[in-house]
Design a protein around this ligand. Structure first.
Ligand code: TGC
Ligand code: FAD
Length: 395
């Protein structure tokens, strides 16, 4: 990739709303991404590799468990700091933000919130330091948008649980040391279990051939009569609300993260439009290019305002699932549209790895699907404002 000349847009002077600590955290992550991530990310994506050595840097920046208390190795930061860190990671690549999202919100969050003290002490410090990699198994081959239909299950065998089933599309699966797995007990109630690599009957085959999120490892979690110790069950919350609570936290991070990808595309397109001469003028001087760029900065600014307010609500413990859904849906769609327009502005150069545009665009095709698809989030808003659930045709 060409050298990283990123300059963040701040059209509405939103920096004035941030504290000095917020700006310091954001700028520190931004510099790290420029120095350690941008020079290697294009090649990693082309090769289909997650540069796992970056986990050390993510951990040092507080990117694994930004809001988890420091006594468990987390960074003890507020929700706006968490959002800003995700924004900067995703400016580098959605795969980097995915690594941080999964570890923080889908693995550490449930262990911290639904686990007991022994589980917190055993797992959280190692996950926060990046020594261990975590994954989160909710989706199954036949149950994606509808996780309540899951068939993965466990039976109480007296001195242990016996786990059977399979999860699909799992970020980090091939490299995870521990997996938070959602499974039904004999009464059909959903519980979280921590499954550790090395348990007999637990395998993690990789999914190959992705055109999206190439710098992120994806695979299955397969459980064939896995004996899970009883102390690995997360005791403090059960039911579908338990995994959905984790998703609230991860979706919030995505709403911030994708602003980073959008800013990167916008910044690159603005610079390219000013430097690229056609018909004797920079293409930035043509109205059609200006329309694209003006709409991009408008949409980025709206998304920034939305997430900032959401961050305030989240800090106060008042952000609802539905508000988070709206922000995830709006911002991912915004970022994907900007990536597509930015690619047009770059002409033929837009399809090459010289610029980050196509990589962001392809990544965002996953982001618009995972953590609840674009349409599922619309239906969550629809249900909230009308009182009618449109998920199932039979209700
Ligand atoms: P529904 O009847 O609406 O709800 C079931 C129960 O859950 C409660 N609940 C929540 N509780 C806490 N937090 C939330 N956010 C909650 N949302 C709902 C709800 O009150 C109810 O409780 P109770 O006591 O009445 O039983 O459930 P439903 O079966 O109709 O489904 C609702 C729907 C479709 C919105 C939901 O299932 C959904 O969000 N589907 C999308 C699935 C999804 O997002 N999967 C993501 C998998 S993880 C992933 O993609 C990681 S990618 C990571 C990366 O790489 O970055
Ligand atoms: P489906 O649920 O089959 O949906 C297919 C289409 O049908 C979508 O357009 C959807 O919007 C639509 N649809 C479904 N139901 C309705 C309805 N009621 N009304 C209208 N339209 C509907 N999952 C994990 O658990 N952990 C992970 O770490 C993880 N990482 C992922 C990483 C990647 C790269 C990807 C691509 C996915 C990942 N997922 C993960 C899975 C992801 O959450 C699911 O792909 C997503 O929830 C959608 O499920 P599905 O793919 O089965 O699609």
């Amino acid at each position: 990739m060409a050298s990283d000349r990123f300059q963040a847009p701040d059209y509405y002077l939103l920096d004035e709303l941030l504290t000095e600590e917020h700006k310091l955290i954001r700028d520190t992550v931004r510099e790290w991404v420029k120095k350690d991530v941008s020079p290697i990310m294009e090649e990693a994506a082309q090769k289909g590799e997650y540069p796992i050595h970056l986990n050390k840097g993510i951990a040092e920046l507080g990117g694994f468990g930004p809001y988890i208390p420091t006594e468990y190795g987390g960074a003890g930061l507020d929700q706006i700091s968490y959002g800003l860190i995700m924004q900067e990671f995703e400016r580098g690549d959605s795969g980097l933000r995915s690594a941080a999202s999964v570890q923080s919100s889908l693995v550490m969050y449930p262990i911290y919130n639904y686990g007991n003290e022994a589980q917190r002490n055993k797992y959280l410090p190692k996950l926060a330091s990046g020594e261990w990699v975590g994954s989160f198994g909710l989706t199954e081959p036949d149950h994606g948008s509808n996780p309540s239909g899951m068939i993965t299950n466990y039976k109480d065998m007296g001195d242990h649980y016996l786990l059977n089933g399979a999860k699909m599309w799992i970020t980090n699966s091939p490299i995870c040391d521990v997996a938070v797995v959602w499974a039904k007990n004999e009464e059909g109630r959903i519980h979280g279990l921590v499954v550790e690599r090395g348990m007999e009957g637990f395998t993690t085959p990789e999914t190959h051939g992705k055109w999206s999120l190439r710098a992120s490892r994806t695979g299955e979690l397969v459980f064939d009569n896995v004996k899970v110790p009883k102390e690995n069950l997360l005791p403090n919350k059960s039911g579908l609300g338990a995994p959905l609570g984790c998703l609230d936290s991860a979706r919030y991070g995505i709403a911030w993260g994708v602003i980073g990808a959008a800013m990167d595309c916008y910044d690159s397109a603005l610079r390219y439009a000013q430097e690229r001469i056609q018909f004797g003028k920079p293409i930035a001087a043509y109205q059609l290019t200006q329309k694209k760029l003006a709409e991009m900065i408008t949409e980025i600014t709206k998304a920034q305002l939305l997430t900032y307010r959401l961050g305030q609500l989240k800090n106060e413990g008042r952000a609802t699932t539905q508000q988070i859904s709206m922000a995830k849906r709006n911002n991912v769609d915004m970022a994907l549209k900007i990536a597509r327009e930015a690619r047009q502005i770059h002409g033929g150069m837009g399809i090459t790895g010289e610029y980050p545009i196509m990589r962001h665009m392809m990544n965002l095709e996953s982001v618009i699907t995972y953590e609840g698809t674009h349409d599922i989030h619309l239906l969550i808003t629809g249900m909230d404002i009308t009182g009618h659930s449109a998920f199932r045709s039979d209700v």
